[in-house]
Design a protein around this ligand. Structure first.
Ligand code: ZN
Length: 477
């Protein structure tokens, strides 16, 4: 009997539950889980597959679904800004303009248009009056929660007064509060040219870089802010950024067109380069087989054995895991062995399938296609599979849709082998393009039944029968 392969990987399927939390990783990946805890260093969570732990450094935030964080702006609600925003009035002494710009609970656009036409003369006072009007309108819109419209008013004011430091800083704060960090850097760069020694510019620029996870630059900006004007709040933010950076520095990085790889000092650079090389080749092959290009770079983390167990709490039989990033234990390896090459291709296939189906592929299809891609075939398992199925003791494919984590060793062996056989039979009947089409359907279909009907014109019982017939015909004649 074909045992659960030591390189059999497990894919962590999201558990849906009413009170589920969502762990958002820095690579954008979302893990739905329950009982999420955070001890400052690690985030632990439960899924149907058991309890797992991630290093805090890879987690962007945890969203508590029961509190209904829905909008993009609110999704950062659980994570306070690293520093506060300075209070700055862009212009002073235009109370008359403020009164006439917003009255009766609305913005007087006709009045603002008249001020704008006066300001085209370039008169400094006329320009200040327009800035005051748009600033008043923006403040009014913020009380209504209309951040995007407030941003528009700041941008219009800046078209008349491009060097107004208050306008530039207030605009950057609105972007920062919405986690639009690169958009915030644009007015901040202009503000730096206007006021090179402003501690506020350095403080907010540090916030933007921190948000983008550019820790070196965040540390540099906050140190600069401290030199210009010591501030306890900036001091605390700086200490945290330096701690985060020290943690990240223990991992080296390699980036290629499709991968972002991290590895600790225990893995050799040669091994890392070799792995990236193999992954790039695999990427091109799977891309053409499955007719799909994952839109985001795929994260890969190499661990030495002990770190892998500590960080993932994966069962000891799991050779590698794919929880959005491909996590691979590489202890004792100095080059890409044939075994490691198979693991890489298997795990990379999981990444493609997860993205192509939006994480909806049933486990049997995930594992069947991943094994097929790594080059496994049913040669040694066909006879045992047909025997078990003939005795009526084997589960159907439909029963292998969900998580396999509760399966015993023997049941898992059967599940892997039978899934591979099913995928082989689909490919023999209609080619790999049938698998690709099935995956596309799964992304949008109401149910797995519908996806099978629409793409293969078959149902689960047809597929079970087809698989057994294929095994007999292909291997047992
Ligand atoms: Zn797998």
């Amino acid at each position: 009997m074909h045992r659960a392969a030591p390189l059999a990987a497990l894919l962590l399927f999201a558990v849906s539950s009413a009170a589920a939390d969502t762990i958002v990783l820095k690579n954008g990946r979302r893990i739905t889980a329950s009982n999420v805890t955070d001890d400052g260093e690690h985030v632990s969570y439960e899924t149907s597959a058991g309890r797992f732990t991630l290093p805090k450094s890879i987690v962007a935030r945890v969203e508590k679904d029961q509190y209904g964080y829905t909008s993009a702006a609110a999704s950062h609600a659980g994570e306070p800004p690293p520093v506060s925003a300075p209070q700055i009035e862009p212009v002073r002494g235009y109370d008359d303009v403020a009164r006439l710009s917003v009255h009766d609970d609305s913005i007087d656009f006709a009045y603002i248009a008249r001020l704008e036409s006066d300001a085209r003369s370039g008169s400094p006072v006329a320009v200040e009056r327009v800035a005051a009007a748009h600033y008043t309108a923006a403040q009014f819109l913020l009380t209504k929660g209309e951040i995007d419209s407030a941003i528009d008013h700041y941008r219009q004011a800046l078209s008349f007064a491009p060097d107004n430091l208050g306008l530039l800083l207030n605009l950057s704060v609105l972007y920062l509060r919405q986690s639009q960090f690169s958009a915030a850097l644009d007015p901040l760069e202009r503000a730096r040219r206007v006021a090179p020694n402003s501690p506020d510019v350095a403080k907010l620029t540090g916030w933007a870089y921190y948000g983008e996870n550019k820790l070196d630059q965040a540390v540099e900006e906050w140190r600069r802010a401290e030199r210009l004007h010591p501030d306890q709040e900036v001091e605390r933010a700086l200490a945290k950024a330096e701690k985060d950076r020290a943690e990240e520095e223990s991992y080296r990085e390699g980036v290629t067109a499709h991968f972002a790889l991290k590895y600790s000092g225990m893995a050799t650079p040669d091994l890392a380069i070799g792995i990236l090389h193999v992954l790039e080749d695999d990427f091109r092959e799977i891309e053409s087989q499955l007719d799909y290009t994952p839109p985001e770079p795929i994260g890969v983390i190499l661990y030495t054995g002990q770190a892998f167990a500590d960080i993932t709490r994966a069962p000891s039989w799991a050779g590698a895991i794919n929880d959005g990033r491909i996590r691979i234990p590489v202890q004792g390896l100095s080059s890409v062995t044939s075994e490691l090459a198979r693991v890489l291709k298997h795990e990379l296939t999981h990444s493609f399938i997860a993205q192509k189906t939006r994480n909806r592929a049933p486990t049997w299809l995930q594992e069947g296609v991943a094994q097929w891609m790594e080059g496994r075939r049913s040669t040694n398992s066909a006879a045992a599979l047909v025997e078990l199925i003939g005795q009526g003791r084997a589960p159907s494919l439909e029963m292998l849709e969900g998580s396999w984590m509760a399966l015993s060793g023997n049941a898992a062996s059967f599940a892997y082998a039978y899934s591979l056989a099913a995928v082989e039979s689909i490919i023999q009947t209609g080619g790999v393009s049938d698998v690709s089409r099935l995956l596309d359907r799964i992304a949008t279909a109401q149910s797995m039944d519908a996806a099978l009907r629409e793409s293969l014109h078959a149902d689960y019982s047809d597929l079970d029968q087809q698989t057994v017939a294929y095994l007999r015909h292909e291997y047992l004649r």
